[in-house]
Design a protein around this ligand. Structure first.
Ligand code: 8OZ
Length: 362
């Protein structure tokens, strides 16, 4: 019998033809002038259109939301026009693509910020982390704390970005609330030391997330909105005294908003998928939509996870970098291309649009 991994799943009125998802992947190949997506990016995504769903690379909602050189934005007319060529190419190739909406918060550098200002965060605590700027790897800058009265403006930036995603032809959006970026910084008690309504209890720390989800589900139907969390990752110097308690409340926020899916990075970002299954089960008990699992899944683990109901969808990152036709390769149990880490971040077509498909390799 055909493994369930290769069978359709409905997200509201959107049918995904299979449960294999191209994970959001930062590749730093937008045009340096204006962080605009262009023809090379359209080719890359189009090549991967047989995925059940493509989630775009993290896409900053505002100039302030940028944390790395040459990541694309979705706030200017030129960016929306660039994304239109991407979504058009994916749709013509028979695919579906969501935009991942991203605000890096404190994971940024003054050289990447408007007028060289400090990045923003929930609290003025610098991360022990690095980013890549026009000059190479640099320590991130100390953030300033968002004032209570500014938070509505950031929520509005998310809403506008969702409008722009719609105008650019995306089929839906994923809110990036993982990997130590702005929303994750609000969620965790190690980075959120606020004494207003956005800090303190888990209910307060998840308030910003809830407001963002409410804003964007006024733009896209809730089933076409997902959210990504990384509850047990320490990536970008994030820390929380009780992640299970924090993320039980965050999952409930996703449930209240009626989202189509929650996407979890299981374990340490990019390193392992080892997580106590009971932790995932505890979190999933708070959300009744689809569950997308991620982190170093291979073919057999993914087939087994979907077969047993441990996951409804599985997102693949590195495997999708190197294998544009990953669905066909998995179906045929064919050999895989090996990704080249030297070309992950920045550069041109090499290591981006030149990984061969099965028939090209044969
Ligand atoms: C690697 C390099 C730069 C950004 C994430 C958006 O971790 C990222 C990212 C990953 O979610």
């Amino acid at each position: 019998m055909e493994p369930k991994l290769f069978t359709p799943l409905d997200l509201g009125d959107l049918t995904l033809p299979n449960r294999m998802v191209m994970a959001p992947l930062t590749r730093n190949r937008a045009l340096p002038q204006g962080d605009v997506p262009h023809a090379l990016n359209a080719t890359y995504y189009m090549q991967r259109a047989s995925a059940g769903l493509i989630i775009s690379e993290g896409t900053q909602i505002s100039p302030e939301g940028k944390g790395y050189v040459q990541t694309p934005g979705i706030y200017s007319p030129a960016q929306v026009a660039g994304w239109k060529t991407v979504t058009g190419a994916v749709h013509r190739a028979g695919g579906r693509i969501f935009a991942q909406l991203w605000h890096v918060g404190r994971i940024s550098h003054v050289s990447l910020q408007p007028e060289g200002q400090a990045p923003v965060g929930p609290s003025p605590i610098a991360a022990k982390s690095q980013t890549f700027t026009a000059s190479g790897f640099e320590d991130v800058s100390r953030p300033r704390a968002l004032e209570t009265g500014e938070i509505a403006r950031v929520v509005e930036d998310y809403r506008k970005a969702a409008e722009n995603a719609k105008a650019a032809g995306f089929d839906g959006i994923e809110i990036h609330a993982a990997n130590g970026y702005l929303i994750d910084q609000f969620l965790r008690d190690g980075t959120n030391k606020r004494d207003d309504a956005y800090g303190g209890t888990a209910e307060n720390r998840t308030r910003f997330l809830g407001e963002v989800l409410e804003a964007v589900t006024g733009v896209f139907p809730a089933k076409r909105v997902g959210v990504r969390f990384s509850p047990f990752s320490n990536f970008n110097d994030i820390a929380d005294s009780d992640p299970l308690a924090t993320f039980a409340v965050a999952m409930a926020r996703a449930g209240e908003a009626g989202l189509g899916y929650v996407h979890l990075i299981e374990g340490d970002t990019g390193i392992s998928r080892a997580l106590p299954p009971e932790a995932i089960a505890t979190l999933r008990a708070n959300f009744s939509g689809a569950y997308m699992a991620n982190n170093a899944y291979d073919r057999q683990i993914a087939i087994d996870a979907v077969e047993s109901g441990q996951a409804d969808l599985v997102a693949f990152g590195r495997l999708y970098i190197a294998n544009p036709d990953l669905v066909a390769r998995f179906k045929a149990n064919a050999p895989l291309n090996t990704p080249d880490p030297q070309t992950f971040y920045g550069g041109d077509a090499a290591g981006y649009t030149d990984y061969p498909e099965l028939d090209q390799a044969a």
